[in-house]
Write a protein that binds this ligand. Sequence first.
Ligand SMILES: Cc1ncc(COP(=O)(O)O)c(C=O)c1O
Length: 477
Amino acid sequence: MPRERNGRSGFPEPSTGPARQAGSSAPPARSGDGRMTENRIVRLEPTAPRSASAPAPAARVHDGQLTEYDYSNFYWGTGEDPFVILQPFREWYDQAHQWGYYQFGQPLQTAPRTTVDVVEAKGRQRLEGLINFASYNYLGLSYRPEVIAAAQEALAVYGLGASGSPILSGTFDLHEQLSEELADFKGTERALLFPTGFAANLGAIAGLMRPGDYVIADQYAHASIVDGIVLSKATPRFFRHNDMNDLEKKLRRCDGKKLVVVEGVYSMDGDIADLPAIVELCKRYEARLLVDEAHSAFLFGEKGRGVVEHFGLEGQVDIQMGTFSKSLGGIGGYIAASRSLISYLRGFARSYVFSCAMPPAIAAGLRESLRLCRQEPELRARLWENVELLQGLLRGAGIDVGNSQSQVIPIFVRDDQRIFRLGEELLHAGVFLQPIRYPAVSKHQSRFRISVSAAHSKEELERGAEIISQVLGRHSS
Ligand SMILES: Cc1ncc(COP(=O)(O)O)c(C=O)c1O
């Protein structure tokens, strides 16, 4: 049981914030279809009461424990039983949920358009017409009619799932077509499809690197990169974020096989890797390079191939990883690389070999997304106009967006407690924006993260920026 910190038994009521009540006037928002709507609040039926067999309600947690504790306080449990940590965690979490953690995983009731309806998990209200700054749908492709039609057609032919590992019965003609089209788009010899982007990083890193080797990653590397390193049992080295001197220092000290891993656009900060310098260092120190293009593929570069194209470095990066869950609006991941690397990973990437292939209908939808991405460069042009507009509005209002150079725009709060209060107010003021807290970022680095889409209208961006600046303004000291 985590020890009581301050000895007080009082416990604050969950933060209420100036939430608007049902029927109160709300600021107008534009719908994802471009219609002007009122965002409004609909009260839902309360959740079912606890059944008699359900565990008893947890004991009250003290206020210090509630607001200062986080997941790190519940990593280790004492004794012999791995379940010993569950009860104290639940005691804390039941109240922490109401206090703010409820903001994670609130269900959407609409497609991830530029406005969405969300079930607010604390008061069980449906909040309608919220400006959506939280979805990765950077090109608005997940709900394009052409994409839906392609997926529906394949669904009718192939059914729901692939029903097999890709090396056994799970590869369909649609998968082969998608991987060929993707390799052609990326300009690499081959591409290997994975069920998720997470699985792609895990499979590529652990499939290639061995105990005694070194994996040198940016300190802000995504969890799937970190877990890939852990799984590989190679020696990890983390260099300071985008700090080339530190990368060089680490490379100089590693005597053995080396893989450097960076992200094209950093997922929580929106800044871009200094790829020309990284490529140069990798050549000098004979290290291989993996670039995770989860947030940059299909967006950066004249053809949309990613930051590798953006910097004119095609042919100089050994492994390009990416996901289908962001710009293409589907699910899945890929490794684009040489024919020899791909055929090796086909045997050694365990998250590829021992996991079911992505559903064929998803592959069909992704082929259509990729076709639209190639045929409509205006989508990228619109995205970059939107990014420029929103970044300008936020920076102009004095909001700290860090060093963002992309559609990923952090709004730094750096207060792990206040972020929940702000999140609640933003939600009720008409903006769907997720708080990002430890363990997704370091402690005291809490932020909101905006995802801009090509589909956002100018009015949505202006209205969203206005709401954010009003809510943050109320809390600035
Ligand atoms: C940088 C980065 N790499 C990999 C992933 C994993 O991708 P997926 O969600 O498709 O599994 C993410 C997901 O957010 C990411 O941000």
